[in-house]
Ligand binder design. Structure first.
Ligand code: ADP
Ligand code: ADP
Ligand code: ZN
Length: 211
């Protein structure tokens, strides 16, 4: 099998980051994530203002900024898992011009579960690993299992901003799911299972599609 080109879709908190990390290890592919790229440049001044102004309000960062991030990352990648992009129709069009995909995974999770996951999330600022205080705690409280760094809570993982992000998701990104549903590459996965059960379904889907 050549390196798979994977798109992973789902609401904020659906488990995209968690499963993407495993996909990268399993298939030795690049993790392309607009959220991490934007967080690394949160205070950068652009003609649209800083990414932080949008992110802390739970809104989408303007398309030209994210399209540029994705274009640069795709240029460097053979196989990849694309996480957090596209989030609206115009990003879908941009992506379709930029690359083909082997498999489109959609992690389906109910809204109240998303809120519980996001408000309890803790992330590693060094390696990007994602934990949950109850559902997926690290071995030692507040410390990353993988690299030993101190875990942090993201600025936008507060209850208020989480609600805004879910509203933004409904208004913009649900159409993206509908765009891919019904294509040959699309596979819907029950994202409410345990992380290991979700992973088993994810791996099966990629192995079946990316031959
Ligand atoms: P989550 O993993 O919880 O869905 P992300 O880390 O993907 O969150 O995104 C954090 C924030 O970064 C979003 O709320 C949004 O402001 C911005 N962002 C990330 N990806 C995009 C994108 N493709 N288009 C516009 N804004 C984006
Ligand atoms: P996304 O990248 O889609 O925003 P994450 O992978 O960061 O989602 O997961 C969001 C939160 O939910 C994290 O705290 C993570 O540890 C937790 N989580 C991920 N997958 C599961 C799962 N299958 N069951 C319970 N909690 C999960
Ligand atoms: Zn770490």
């Amino acid at each position: 099998m050549s390196d798979p080109r994977i798109l992973i879709l789902g609401a904020p908190g659906a488990g995209k980051g968690t499963q993407s990390k495993r996909l990268c290890e399993e298939y030795d592919i690049e993790h392309i994530t607009t959220g991490d790229a934007l967080r690394a440049n949160k205070q950068m001044e652009t003609e649209y203002g800083t990414p932080a102004e949008y992110m802390d309000a739970g809104e989408l960062v303007p398309d030209p900024l994210v399209n540029e991030i994705v274009a640069a990352a795709l240029e460097d990648a053979d196989g990849f898992v694309l996480d957090g992009y596209p989030r609206n129709e115009s990003q879908v069009e941009y992506l379709e011009d930029a690359t083909d995909l082997d498999v489109v995974l959609y992690l389906d999770v109910d809204e109240e579960e998303l809120v519980r996951r996001l408000t309890g999330r803790r992330v590693c600022p060094e390696c990007g690993a994602s934990y949950h205080v109850d559902f997926n705690p690290p071995e030692e409280e507040g410390v990353c299992d993988e690299c030993g760094s101190e875990l942090v809570q993201r600025d936008d993982d507060t209850e208020e901003t989480v609600r805004e992000r879910l509203k933004t998701y409904e208004e913009n990104t649900e159409d993206v799911i509908e765009h891919y549903r019904g294509t040959d590459e699309f596979v819907q996965i029950d994202g409410e299972q345990s992380p290991d059960e979700v992973w088993a379904d994810v791996k099966d889907a990629v192995d079946a599609q990316a031959e």
